[in-house]
Design a protein. Structure first.
Length: 145
């Protein structure tokens, strides 16, 4: 099993803590980077500003409701750029609105998960994400820019 780098784009401190804790408990992911708004997410992925030396993530966990740029704007920018389009993006959000789900898939999200309310269910969902994307699925090697 190769190590992996996940970019978590989340503005809720509690969800950041739970997600990072769930991923660290698995001992498979070797790096989780966290940004708290859509602008920083784009700067991270496109290596701008304070993120010029950022490592290209193997997977992005992206919230819909973010400050500065929302998750749909971030998703569209990443998926329409030929250099970053192959990075899998999972929408991990509290929104269960059909319009958000439809829009995410129209913009080529790889999957859409509504965050469970119960802590144990949330941790199980994050563990399932890790198991599926890093143990079952074969991902392309990201060219480290």
């Amino acid at each position: 099993m190769k190590s992996a780098h996940i970019l978590l784009v989340e503005d809720n401190d509690g969800d950041v803590l739970l997600t990072v804790e769930a991923l660290e408990d698995r001992k498979i992911i070797n790096k989780v980077s966290v940004v708290r708004n859509g602008k920083d997410a784009l700067d991270f992925v496109f290596k701008r500003g304070q993120f010029t030396k950022a490592e290209t993530p193997d997977l992005i966990l992206l919230d819909v409701n973010l400050p500065l740029k929302n998750g749909h704007e971030v998703l569209q920018a990443i998926k329409t750029d030929k250099e970053t389009a192959q990075i899998p993006i999972i929408m991990l959000t509290t929104s269960s609105a059909e319009s958000d789900v439809r829009k995410a898939y129209q913009q080529h999200a790889n999957c859409y998960i509504t965050k469970p309310i119960e802590v144990e269910d949330f941790l199980a969902a994050v563990t399932s994400i890790e198991e599926f994307w890093f143990q079952l699925v074969r991902l392309p090697n990201n060219a480290k820019k």
